[in-house]
Design a protein around this ligand. Structure first.
Ligand code: NAP
Length: 250
């Protein structure tokens, strides 16, 4: 299926995990992909994988916490590929495990800067470029922790909840301009965000929290994300879609 043929897509956090899977799927479906990440080596690795299957992608270094860097990423996409139709604001970080009263101020600020401000900066510049390109679709990567709490992660949970309100508001503003904006809420997914920081026993405990009895895969999140970006989802905007193995059904 080449349903994104010739269209431009930006994916942030495309050097790893969920973002890499989305960049690879969008390219396989015909999109010209800007694989953007703070880690340029990781972004280049994703581009090399895409090139090995004859897809079209370019790497771009971005720090989503820096509005100038995000603006430059969008300029890069438009200059290289001639417009912008799709964006996935996916880059995000975890943070320390600490109760709210003891949560370090600098970690709170950093997580807000990356996970929330970063998505706002993305929307700000992506929407402006999409308006000039005749419209498009955007996904903001939230989490199951956009609808339920998680002890010792006040900053992460706050940002993922906030993204839902940001998504709904921006979607209402631009629905009449042919731009759809949705949020995706994955359960716990088997990516370096988890595996870098947790031991095997803890990962097993997290897997058991999902009624399906396992972690999700990045490709399962990508499948939902690409569906929501595609014209098959033409009547879907301003909503939050879970891909969580039944986690929030409990
Ligand atoms: P990941 O494997 O750690 O990938 C995230 C990528 O984003 C990494 O390459 C990371 O680079 C990059 N990044 C970090 N800070 C950045 C910044 N300021 N600017 C640009 N890029 C930056 O994580 P993932 O699991 O794929 O997560 C992707 C998204 O899904 C995140 O928003 C996360 O909150 C969300 N999510 C994940 C899960 C899960 O269980 N994995 C569940 C729900 C939602 P470095 O590695 O150098 O930091």
């Amino acid at each position: 299926m080449r349903d994104f043929e010739g269209k431009t897509a930006i994916v942030t956090g495309a050097g790893s995990g969920i973002g890499a899977a989305i960049a690879i799927e969008l390219a396989a479906r015909g999109a010209h992909v800007v694989a953007a990440d703070i880690d340029m080596v990781a972004a280049e690795t994703t581009v090399t994988k895409i090139a090995s299957t004859l897809g079209n992608a370019r790497a771009c270094r971005v720090d989503v916490a820096d509005p100038r860097s995000v603006e430059q990423m969008v300029v890069f996409a438009v200059e290289i590929f001639g417009g912008l139709q799709f964006a996935v604001n996916n880059a995000g970080i975890g943070g320390p495990s600490e109760t709210t009263a003891n949560y370090p101020l600098e970690d709170w600020q950093k997580i807000i800067d990356v996970n929330l401000n970063g998505v706002f900066y993305g929307l700000k510049y992506e929407i402006a470029a999409m308006l000039k390109s005749g419209g498009g679709a955007i996904i903001n990567m939230s989490s199951i922790l956009g609808s339920v709490g998680w002890e010792n992660a006040c900053a992460y949970v706050s940002t993922k909840h906030a993204l839902i309100g940001l998504t709904k508001t921006a979607a209402m503003e631009y629905a009449g301009h042919n731009i759809r904006i949705n949020a995706v809420g994955p359960g716990f997914i088997d990516t370096p965000l988890l595996t870098k920081n947790l031991d095997a026993e803890t990962i097993g405990q997290l897997a058991a929290l999902h009624p399906v009895g396992r972690l999700g895969t990045p490709e399962e999140v990508s499948a939902l994300t690409c569906f929501l970006l595609s014209t098959n989802a033409s009547f879907i905007t301003g909503s939050y879609h879970l891909v969580d193995g039944g986690y929030t059904a409990k």
